[in-house]
Design a protein around this ligand. Structure first.
Ligand code: SF4
Length: 198
């Protein structure tokens, strides 16, 4: 595939040989990445901070005293299966399939069955990680932004915006998917898709 070279004079107003990169020139060099990451982080924080702090549902079968059941929908795809979420003191502590829901009819796929894990699993990634000498190491958000930003810009300088493919995940919410798509558009490429289609 023919790839157009780009040149950056200040790092903010990228002009290709033959086409203009769609990154807003008013956005500072790494601010764009920071803005996108901050949006994703805030989405995650909004979903996790209060909801996860006291989630200890494992092994408990009877409802928590004073808990309530909230009917909602799974966010992992456009099917929209029903979830009955048990909420205790503002914390999402357990989920059941909404058996009478007209879409799910008593079943979830494997993604939906583990929807609560997105906010309660101890295996969730909470910090940027970098593999150093073969070992995964926690790094700061600033280091992650700077290193990833530099590498991304280098790729675009060398090979153009279409050298990158933005691959979505089945485990992001609708809002995250929207933001992922926007990121690719501002970057200047249509190379964006979902992993389930590949
Ligand atoms: S349970 Fe599965 S099929 Fe249903 S909405 Fe969630 S991801 Fe989609």
């Amino acid at each position: 595939m023919a790839r157009s070279k780009i040149k950056t004079s200040s790092g903010t107003g990228a002009v290709t040989a033959g086409r203009r990169v769609t990154l807003n020139p008013k956005v500072a060099r790494r601010s764009f990445l920071k803005l996108s990451a901050a949006t994703a982080a805030l989405t995650g924080v909004a979903m996790t901070t209060k909801m996860t702090s006291k989630a200890h549902a494992a092994g408990k079968t009877e409802p928590y005293a004073g808990s309530k059941t909230v009917r909602t929908i799974c966010t992992y795809c456009a099917v929209g299966c029903g979830i009955e979420a048990e909420v205790h003191n503002g914390v999402w502590v357990r989920q059941e399939v909404a058996s009478d829901h007209p879409v799910s009819y008593g079943a979830h796929c494997c993604k939906g069955a583990g929807a609560i894990d997105m906010v309660t699993s101890p295996k969730r990634l909470k910090h940027p990680m970098k593999k150093v000498n073969g070992k995964w190491t926690t790094i700061t958000w600033d280091q992650a932004m700077n290193e990833i930003g530099d590498k991304l810009l280098k790729i675009r300088e060398n090979d153009g915006p279409d050298a990158l493919h933005f691959n979505g995940s089945a485990k992001v919410s609708t809002e995250m998917a929207y933001q992922h798509r926007k990121f690719a558009a501002f970057w200047g490429t249509n190379n964006v898709d979902h992993q389930a289609r590949i």
